[in-house]
Ligand binder design. Structure first.
Ligand SMILES: [Zn+2]
Length: 521
């Protein structure tokens, strides 16, 4: 792994917080370090407040921000002194901890500080970086994972056993870190979770992260567990009806409309076709954090009802351990591994489905690498359940707003590149639908660059072109719910005796026959 630090680029950022923004974005650029909102960073800055008192403030990533695109406003300034006092408490419930974080934040408009804020506070370094690096997770989740981590890091990193994120983890680190850190310590590994690095400057902390993750990568290379090239796998040609059938089943189990991202790729197909797929894929996620997106395990094949029954069993068994009653989430799978369809990812929006797909794509790589190292071993189901049904996550669900009216639904618009068709596309996107836009004009392909729009150049009077477009549309979103048959041609009027048969046929083909072909779908 290479450092992306660039002196010219860095020169555009002046001040401690600005440089914190810069190296956070560098971490965010590498998907093998952090994915979709994962990871967090902080910087400790001394300042004089409005009444002239000196105090040190921890600027920590706010929830809802992505490292790749974070700005100064994405960091929540929290009183460091108060965080250090909290770290000395024997116990603190997570909802109460979040309340303390919010009430000791110094900017009224700041986002809620990361739940890992206290952990950042107790590390006695100015800059602290935290990622869920793939290479580190591959080692943690392999047989004898802890020994491998110890071998790779020696006295460079303090190793903390797995504890779920929240106050308990911060408390454990506050206790263990000072006792275990020595003069060579530049980081901390949280087993089955991720890795921290720190330093006196933004550059030092960032480059130590790169150095630490590189060590794990070198270990994988040395043990033949780095290049996981997928064997070429032939994709079946026409699967749109199968995809649509699967999507319907997933939506029925979920109790709300879902999109299914089934953009076939060789990696997903090869993985789904492995003989040991059940053993590999039923272990659980690479880090419990992923459960919120992918659920604990994927569905293998297409028996959604059996998956839902298993999920209910898992919920009943684990919910019984807790003192508080829990509300069960929907029992539908988010990841499907099918030998014909490959990796399919379900989500309530196209963006959600893309996130699920990205996370599982990295998970497959981690599983394959750990398999080379003697076997993939994820955390027990109970630990994963605790994150999936964490108080803080349940509270978020209760406060979640209503989804837009067409969330999870797919609309197809013909003649989408201009005029009424184009306006329909915009209106449907604004109401939460995923949209497939067809047009004979190839400009339709560049109409919108966003995950919920697929523009396809297509002459709808050509049966083959239309079938290909529908196939691609089904791969993108999982099927069709609404048709906007807008494409039409209106040649200038003329007298009946002057109307050529070819012209008549052309108008009928575009305005009538093509619509029949689409309606048949
Ligand atoms: Zn983390």
């Amino acid at each position: 792994m290479k450092s992306l630090w660039d002196d010219n680029e860095a020169a555009k950022y002046s001040g401690d917080l600005a440089l914190r923004v810069y190296t956070s974005r560098l971490l965010g650029r590498d998907q093998s370090l952090v994915l979709h909102g994962g990871g967090n960073t902080s910087v400790k800055i001394a300042h004089r407040n409005v009444i002239g008192e000196e105090e040190t403030v921890l600027y920590v990533k706010g929830s809802g921000w992505d490292l790749e695109t974070i700005e100064e406003a994405g960091f929540a300034p929290v009183r460091l002194g108060h965080l250090l006092k909290l770290a000395r408490l024997e116990a603190l419930s997570d909802p109460l901890m979040v309340n303390e974080l919010r009430t000791h934040t110094l900017r009224a408009a700041a986002p809620t500080p990361s739940v890992e804020a206290i952990l950042h506070a107790v590390l006695p370094h100015k800059y602290v970086d935290h990622t869920h690096a793939d290479a580190v997770l591959a080692l943690c989740n392999s047989r004898n994972g802890q020994e491998r981590i110890e071998e790779v890091y020696g006295d460079c990193a303090v190793i903390i056993p797995y504890v779920m994120p929240g106050f308990g983890l911060a408390r454990l680190c506050a206790e263990r870190f000072p006792a275990a850190a020595g003069k060579n310590t530049i980081g901390m590994v949280l087993l089955n979770h991720g890795i921290f690095s720190f330093g006196a400057s933004a550059r030092e902390a960032y480059e130590r992260m790169i150095a630490l993750v590189s060590r794990a990568e070198d270990y994988l290379v040395k043990h033949g567990a780095w290049n996981m090239a997928a064997p070429a796998a032939a994709e079946p040609a026409a699967v749109r009806r199968e995809i649509a059938g699967l999507r319907r089943q997933v939506a029925d189990a979920a109790g709300f409309p879902v999109l299914l991202n089934a953009r076939g790729d060789a990696r997903g197909l090869a993985f789904a076709r492995r003989k040991d797929i059940r053993l590999l894929a039923q272990q659980g996620p690479a880090t419990p954090d992923h459960v919120l997106r992918t659920k604990r395990v994927p569905l293998i094949g297409r028996d959604v009802a059996a998956y839902a029954a298993e999920y209910k069993k898992y919920f009943a068994e684990n919910a019984a351990r807790g003192a508080q009653p829990k509300a069960m989430l929907d029992p539908a799978p988010r990841v499907v591994l099918d030998p014909d369809l490959g990796l399919c990812a379900a989500g309530r929006s196209a963006r959600e489905a893309v996130i699920v797909r990205d996370i599982y794509t990295h998970t497959m790589e981690i599983i394959l690498r750990a398999t080379v190292l003697g076997g993939y071993q994820a955390l027990p189901a109970a630990d994963v359940f605790d994150v999936e049904y964490w108080d803080l996550e349940q509270a978020k669900l209760k406060s979640g707003g209503k989804p837009p009216v067409f969330a999870g639904e797919v609309a197809l618009v013909t003649g989408a590149a201009s005029g009424i068709g184009r306006a329909c596309v915009e209106s449907l996107l604004a109401r939460g639908a995923a949209v497939i836009g067809l047009d004979i004009n190839p400009a339709v392909e560049r109409l919108h660059q966003r995950p919920d729009f697929t523009g396809l150049a297509c002459d709808i009077t050509d049966a083959d072109q239309l079938a290909r477009a529908l196939e691609r549309g089904a791969r993108a979103f999982g099927g069709l719910d609404m048709l906007i048959l807008n494409a039409g041609v209106f040649p200038p009027g003329c007298r009946i005796e002057a109307l050529a048969t070819v012209e008549w046929d052309r108008v009928m083909r575009v305005n009538l026959d093509a619509n029949l072909a689409l309606l048949r779908e």
